[in-house]
Design a protein around this ligand. Sequence first.
Ligand SMILES: Nc1ncnc2c1ncn2[C@@H]1O[C@H](COP(=O)(O)OP(=O)(O)O)[C@@H](O)[C@H]1O
Ligand SMILES: [Mg+2]
Length: 253
Amino acid sequence: MSGLLSLCDVTVRFGGLVAVNNVSIDVQEGMIHSLIGPNGAGKTTIINTVTGVYAPTEGAIYFDGLPLAGVPPNQICRRGLTRTFQNTELFGEMTVADNVRVGMHSTAEYGIVSAILASRRCRATEAKISEKVAELLDIVNLTDQRGTAARALPLAKMRRLELARALAANPKMLLLDEPAAGLRASEIEEMNATLLMLRDKLKIAILLVDHVMPVVMGVSDRITVVNFGQKIAEGTPKDVQSNPAVIAAYLGH
Ligand SMILES: Nc1ncnc2c1ncn2[C@@H]1O[C@H](COP(=O)(O)OP(=O)(O)O)[C@@H](O)[C@H]1O
Ligand SMILES: [Mg+2]
């Protein structure tokens, strides 16, 4: 293991089905590392295993030097590893700002008692939270929508709101499952700019799962390709694009 996130010979079986087969991946600090492959290749299973939803059947995963085995998902998030979902999972009735506020829940430093007493510390924390929410909405360019119900947003803005909510947990690394699916060309450019800004300004590492090639090829420092649960190629976007096994895997579907 040599990355911020390291998967070491990870296998995940569901009964007789081998969803992930002996996969090793190192995601380096400050890099955008993409995970691509045809439908059913095991990408979401890899993310679910890294975030503690599933335990690897074999192999080990390390984040920031510590093993993740047996660590529950909320603790993994507290260690600095935060995810978004393939189908956005926002609170539709809640406002844009409140959706981001929820993301900060795990880092708020006061309990129910001090909240009831409205102690000075609690009010200070609330003020800090509001400031952070405003900052994050600005980063994803949703300041004007802060009072809108999340369900009323167009898809591209929902995706950016999901990013802001993930950022609210102060991650060192984000796991993004198809953040660009269904976006139009102009929205894709905006997503690329946002991802590069997260890497370059906020120094956040990203493991990105996506099918949208203008995103993957446009932002990735490194790409791992999986097919039928196995790693079939890894390298720079240029290496991977010209790799015969990768071309065959995509044309075969
Ligand atoms: N919870 C589960 N139980 C059983 N099979 C699953 C489960 N999750 C995923 N799979 C299977 O594992 C394989 C990989 O799925 P998935 O990781 O969702 O692929 P991808 O995200 O690359 O499209 C598929 O064959 C899928 O049907
Ligand atoms: Mg998937």
